[in-house]
Write a protein that binds this ligand. Structure first.
Ligand code: SF4
Length: 82
């Protein structure tokens, strides 16, 4: 079964989540629970912390399921976020 990336943005950073790569180690939820939720949909709320904290947590994802790109222009966000 093919799964699709989930894409989120706060206007400063774009965070993507690939469910098929997630190993459910919960490093993200344990490390930054204000952003990465385990029981709420959407489970990523980028309003929960500042961009530097979000990026630092994304870098700790052990599987690579989480990734980020810094926003360069608002047009970039419009094209990228569905
Ligand atoms: S840290 Fe990465 S591998 Fe672990 S639950 Fe979060 S997205 Fe999945």
């Amino acid at each position: 079964m093919e799964t699709y990336k989930n894409v989120y943005s706060n206007g400063e950073v774009i965070v993507t989540y690939e469910p098929c790569r997630c190993i459910h180690a919960e490093a993200c939820a344990k490390g930054l629970s204000e952003v990465f939720k385990t029981s709420v949909i959407p489970w990523i709320d980028l309003e929960g912390a500042n961009t530097n904290k979000i990026i630092a947590q994304v870098k700790k994802c052990p599987s690579g399921a989480l990734a980020y790109s810094k926003v360069k222009t608002k047009e970039f966000v419009k094209d990228f976020v569905i």
